[in-house]
Write a protein that binds this ligand. Structure first.
Ligand code: SF4
Ligand code: SF4
Length: 123
């Protein structure tokens, strides 16, 4: 059992201590470098190998072939667990994990991100 003197010491110590929390969203803490937020797709380097689709544990990535060497990517961010496996598996670094973690919303249909490649240039 804690002695009364020890309780007072603990109380005073905690009253004088700076809070470890911040008044989010007005104040924000610096996020660690390795934090994985929303994945993003860069269509100009994608070769359509489907490694990202194969390795995603949540079936949260879809790659579509639009034309020869032109691909589109859809991320289902409501299913994504932000593990970063798609970015790890991509041999062309076409997927990268951003620090964008503030994705809370009321309508989850907005958590579908589609990005397509530029149309093929005529030769
Ligand atoms: S971060 Fe993980 S869960 Fe999200 S799309 Fe990539 S592989 Fe799938
Ligand atoms: S792994 Fe990379 S290159 Fe392959 S389909 Fe996915 S995004 Fe494109």
């Amino acid at each position: 059992m804690m002695r009364p003197g020890a309780i007072w010491r603990e109380l005073v110590k905690n009253l004088l201590r700076k809070p470890v929390t911040v008044l989010y969203p007005a104040e924000r803490m610096a996020i660690p470098y390795a934090v994985r937020g929303k994945p993003v797709f860069e269509p100009s380097t994608c070769i359509g190998c489907m490694m990202c689709v194969r390795d995603c544990p949540s079936e949260a990535v879809k790659i579509e072939k639009l034309a020869e060497k032109t691909f589109a990517c859809t991320f289902y961010l409501d299913r994504c667990i932000y593990c970063g496996q798609c970015a790890e598996s991509c041999p062309r670094k076409s997927i990268t994990m951003t620090h964008d973690y503030e994705l809370a919303c009321i309508d989850k249909s907005v958590l579908k991100e589609y990005k397509k490649g530029a149309p093929q240039q005529p030769k």
